[in-house]
Design a protein. Structure first.
Ligand SMILES: Nc1ncnc2c1ncn2[C@@H]1O[C@H](COP(=O)(O)OP(=O)(O)OP(=O)(O)O)[C@@H](O)[C@H]1O
Ligand SMILES: [Mg+2]
Length: 236
């Protein structure tokens, strides 16, 4: 089993978008038994993929040792399960501090059976939750909007991590007509690119991964390519 975290210091940069679409690619394109674990109290991945009644005690996995596997629910797509988030995860940082076990999340994942790929949709920030995620992940995918400030945030994450874990920066929300974007892309020409696209915004209205409703769109093709790059990184 491999764990892929989708993480950024910054909010609103496309973590959830990448999480949902990469998880769908893992399950559908690579036929992997895939689990998407939503760790963000905003529960955006859960909103897209789970259409039943939301839970209200997601934190019980950490606070009451509720077994992880019992919290996984099936989605509408074969091989793709979800551990939903809810507002109870607002206290997760405090809980991790109080527990004082730096590898709690990694241990929980180590005991999980039946999945080939686990993706973690993370809340933003260099928090205790982020540290737990970084210790658990084999690869950390970091969405970066092409701008100097986002590159700075990425550099901060890289400095924080050192060589501990493989980092995969991805340029997201890219509009090549903008000179700022074109300049950023030329600074890092080998980073994968996800375009700015209205089908991606539509995902939260249709509550489906892009590949499920617009498989031939440039965005879906870009997610497929990014997923293949993640698989290559895992095999490296
Ligand atoms: N490539 C893209 N093209 C167009 N819109 C995008 C793209 N990527 C993300 N968005 C939109 O930007 C908004 C933020 O994206 P998303 O929720 O994935 O970010 P996030 O990093 O998970 O945010 P948060 O930090 O709040 O969890 C959403 O409305 C999403 O639909
Ligand atoms: Mg999010």
């Amino acid at each position: 089993m491999a764990t892929i975290a989708i993480y950024s210091l910054k909010g609103g940069v496309g973590k959830t978008t990448l999480s949902v679409n990469l998880a769908w690619c893992a399950a559908t394109r690579s036929a992997r038994r895939t689990l998407l674990w939503d760790l963000d109290p905003q529960a955006a991945s859960s909103w897209v993929l789970a259409h039943g009644t939301p839970s209200n005690d997601a934190q019980a996995i950490f606070s009451r040792d509720v077994p992880l596997a019992t919290r996984a629910i099936a989605t509408a797509w074969p091989r793709l399960d979800l551990i939903p988030a809810d507002g109870s995860l607002r206290g997760l940082d405090r809980l991790f501090q109080d527990l004082d076990k730096k590898k709690r999340l990694a241990k929980l994942l180590g005991g999980l059976k039946g999945y080939d790929r686990v993706l973690l949709d993370c809340p933003p920030g260099l928090t205790d939750t982020a540290d737990q995620v970084m210790r658990a992940a084999d690869v950390i995918v970091v969405p970066v909007i092409p701008s100097p400030l986002s590159e700075r945030a990425f550099a901060a994450v890289k400095a924080h991590l050192g060589d501990r874990t493989a980092l995969m920066p991805v340029h997201v929300m890219v509009d090549r007509r903008r000179s700022l974007h074109a300049a950023a892309l030329s600074r890092n020409p080998d980073w994968p690119v996800i375009p700015m696209a209205s089908v991606i915004e539509e995902m939260t209205v249709r509550r489906e991964p892009v590949g499920a409703f617009a498989p031939r769109s440039a965005a879906a093709v870009a997610f497929d390519g990014l997923w293949r790059a993640v698989e290559r990184q895992l095999a490296a």
